[in-house]
Design a protein around this ligand. Structure first.
Ligand code: UD1
Length: 349
């Protein structure tokens, strides 16, 4: 029986991961601090039968105690989202990078050599694009004047002509565009260095836009699915930014949990460090998702506001091929089915 420590196992994604791992016969322990950005209520004593240890990953003693007898660590603990302002910066770096550094150091000391890392598609920045004249190009950050004038599509950096969005694969260059994204890139680099130095195995799962039951309610740290869902529940219209044509890959949280189970298994055979997109492979626009949610929940129709946020990228849609080929992971829950459940599933308080 594989013994797994799930950090952040009391969170939205983490608790689904715990449920899937215990369901597959793993012996799971949770280490979670109950970060106030993600938890309003005290943590439960157990999740799906897995005991919950309340402790901060930045505390080596708490990590050592949780690592005893463990074969694999599934590292979900992180502070996510755009945040409120730059006062959040030290907390992002502390929770995501310092905490990961402590975890890796203590794993090395304890002889635990297998790690699954919850990474994110935010490491890519903008997705893939091609220009009719220049082939594959990488647009820079969009400028305020363009966004304010409603020009949301990034132009070709060489000729200024429109671009076609393409699927992003794992070999795309990393180009973080926010504090959170920078901390996720650092996690990837730290775990890669750790794998080289210890001879250990790391599977980094680059989650796309995760949604599903148990998402935290609307906070400055929430993704768009939770924000739209909270709006519908409160009888408000979801506010769709830009023109609603921005594309994302929305992947259901139970599919993400299944990807983690596949990754845990893969770390037994894989050596070194390898990244995988965790995505449905079926992109949707943010406007479509808002409309689908409103329709299903019989709530107020979305409004498209033209607002924009500087940290946002325009399109980021994934090529799920590597995870299918090497982990045997394919998302199974389609958007229509997933949104139908999500429209009435409980959110986290
Ligand atoms: C999100 C999360 C990130 C997570 C990643 C992968 C942020 C900022 N991003 O990235 O934590 O790792 O998914 O799971 O935390 N929008 C609206 N109305 C709103 C809010 C947002 O239309 O009320 C739009 C945004 O302008 C953007 C899109 O929805 O175009 C997605 O927003 P969001 O989910 O916040 O960010 P992602 O960059 O997709």
């Amino acid at each position: 029986m594989t013994r797994v420590l799930v950090t952040g196992g009391a969170g939205f994604i983490g608790s689904h991961v715990v449920q899937t791992l215990t369901g597959a016969g793993c012996e799971v322990t949770v280490l979670d601090w109950g970060h106030p950005a993600a938890h309003r209520d005290p943590l439960p004593a157990e999740i799906a039968g897995a005991p919950v240890r309340v402790g901060d990953l930045r505390d080596p003693a708490a990590v050592d105690a949780a690592l005893a007898g463990v074969d694999v660590v599934v590292h979900q603990a992180a502070m996510v989202g755009l945040g409120v302002d730059l006062d959040d910066l030290p907390e992002y770096v502390g929770c995501n990078d310092l905490a990961t550094a402590v975890l890796l150091a203590r794993m090395a000391r304890a002889g635990v050599r297998r790690l699954v890392l919850a990474s994110s598609m935010v490491v890519y920045g903008e997705g893939g694009y091609s220009c009719a004249r220049h082939g594959q190009v990488r647009p820079g950050p969009r400028v305020v004047a363009d966004l304010a004038a409603g020009r949301f599509e990034p132009p070709c950096p060489r000729c200024g002509e429109p671009l076609a969005p393409e699927l992003v694969d794992e070999d795309a260059p990393l180009d973080p565009r926010s504090v959170y994204a920078a901390t996720k890139v650092a996690q990837e680099h730290l775990t890669a260095a750790w794998a080289r130095q210890t001879g250990g195995a790391v599977v980094a799962l680059r989650y796309h836009n995760v949604y599903g039951p148990g998402m935290p309610r609307d906070t400055p740290y929430s993704g768009v699915a939770a924000i739209f869902r909270s709006a519908v529940e409160a009888g408000r219209s979801p506010r769709v930014f830009e023109d609603g044509g921005q594309r994302r890959d929305f992947v259901h949280v139970r599919d993400v949990a299944a990807a983690n189970l596949a990754a845990v298994t893969a770390t037994a055979a894989l050596g070194g460090w390898r990244a995988f997109n965790v995505a449905s492979g079926r992109p949707a626009t943010v406007g479509e998702v808002a409309a689908q949610l409103s329709r299903t929940a019989r709530g107020p129709q979305p409004v498209t506001t033209g607002e924009f946020r500087l940290g946002d990228v325009r399109h980021i849609v994934a090529d799920p091929g590597r995870a299918a080929a090497e982990l045997g992971f394919r998302a199974r829950i389609g958007l229509a089915e997933g949104v139908a459940e999500f429209a009435s599933a409980p959110l986290r308080g």
